[in-house]
Design a protein around this ligand. Structure first.
Ligand SMILES: *[C@@H]1O[C@H](CO)[C@@H](O)[C@H](O)[C@H]1NC(C)=O
Ligand SMILES: *[C@@H]1O[C@H](CO)[C@@H](O)[C@H](O)[C@H]1NC(C)=O
Ligand SMILES: *[C@@H]1O[C@H](CO)[C@@H](O)[C@H](O)[C@H]1NC(C)=O
Length: 331
């Protein structure tokens, strides 16, 4: 049920762009800089839409004239159905499920694990096997501890396609004086972000206007909007003709938005391979793999390595990756 307060996602995008423009108008010395849009995860919907909005504005000669060069996305949500569907294939490729479970699910569910007919008992049984094998893993990085058992008093969902976007409420951790010391959990890093971002000195140094942020929260869920864009693939397609530079990186330990789904939609763009699949290294160690596609002056570099939001897991490597890409070097 859509409440009157709901806005369409597309309108929210225009609002976001307006905020960026206001910032640039207030700091005009940055206007001529090369502009790259970047985002991770759900931004896979937002960034291509903003890129298209800007390029249409440029065509129409709308001021200010932005020097948009391209965009960067990490483990991007592109087509939620297809992205989440690819978790089954990912589970098989990472040896989380057997070949038999994978093949059986593929046949019985006809490759669609999202819209399952409740009367299709064989498919439901296969998905139950997948759930048993994967439900206790940390979705954002299958090799790290899953800490939701500590964070949530509720029983875990038995649903294999539980969403990473429904982040658990960790606030009681923040408030409680004694944190469970073991095992190490990545989410502990997030608690300090509350103390850091709500610190008045930090806010002053960051140039946050006084009084505008009363109680910073990592995820502000007060904005309600209706999802009116189920896939951003058409935005990527439209942007090919613009000749932008695009970098898509995918933490290949991420089961939330798996690299296999990302690879599938990139392939569907029918671009020409310019550099084949090869490793990229930092300090002599392989950090991941990459390849590049081109289409006239458009280029799309695809790179792997890390978990969901790769820079969080591999900061040094991701910094090297983006520095090389921005400097037009091979990855
Ligand atoms: C799924 O799990 C059930 C119960 O453990 C088992 O009998 C069945 O063989 C499994 N299916 C596959 C394809 O492994
Ligand atoms: C969340 O966003 C709303 C609307 O922008 C704002 O009024 C509110 O203060 C924010 N809450 C937090 C906890 O940041
Ligand atoms: C890519 O190529 C396939 C097969 O030739 C075709 O079916 C598909 O429509 C093409 N996709 C795009 C985006 O051009």
């Amino acid at each position: 049920m859509v409440s009157r307060l709901d806005v369409l996602f597309t309108i929210y995008i225009k609002f976001l762009l307006l905020s960026c423009l206001q910032w640039l108008m207030a700091h005009p010395k940055f206007l001529k800089n090369q502009l790259y849009l970047a985002g991770d995860s759900y931004s896979g919907k937002i960034v291509p839409m903003i890129a298209q909005e800007i390029s249409e504005g440029l065509d129409a000669g709308i001021e200010p004239i932005l020097n948009l060069k391209g965009y960067v996305l990490g483990n991007p949500v592109t087509d939620e159905n297809k992205d989440i569907n690819s978790r089954i294939q990912f589970s098989y490729l990472k040896a989380l499920i057997t070949h038999e479970i994978y093949e059986s699910a593929k046949i019985n569910c006809k490759g669609d694990y999202m819209n399952v007919d409740p009367s299709n008992g064989l498919c439901i049984a296969d998905l139950q096997n997948v759930t048993t094998c994967t439900q206790n893993l940390y979705l954002a990085n299958i090799l790290e501890p899953d800490c939701s058992i500590y964070a949530s008093p509720k029983p875990k969902l038995l649903n294999w396609h539980r969403s990473i976007f429904m982040e658990q409420d960790f606030s009681h951790f923040l408030l409680s004086p004694t944190r469970p010391p073991t095992p190490w959990c990545r989410v502990y890093n997030y608690y300090s972000s509350y103390e850091w971002a709500n610190d008045k000195t930090v806010q002053r140094v960051l140039g946050v206007r006084e009084g505008t942020i009363k109680d910073w929260a990592r995820c502000n869920r007060t904005l309600s909007y209706t999802k009116d864009i189920s896939s951003s693939l058409n935005y990527h397609r439209n942007l090919i003709k613009r000749g932008y530079r695009v970098l898509i990186y995918s933490g290949d330990l991420d089961m939330a938005i798996p690299y296999v789904g990302t690879e599938t939609w990139i392939k569907s763009l029918n671009l020409t391979i310019d550099s084949g699949w090869q490793p990229w290294s930092v300090e002599g160690q392989v950090a991941g793999y990459w390849m590049r596609y081109i289409e006239s002056i458009y280029s799309l570099t695809y790179a792997t390595g890390g978990g969901h939001t790769a820079p969080e897991y591999k900061p040094k490597e991701c910094l090297a990756l983006i520095s090389r890409w921005l400097a037009l070097y091979p990855i």
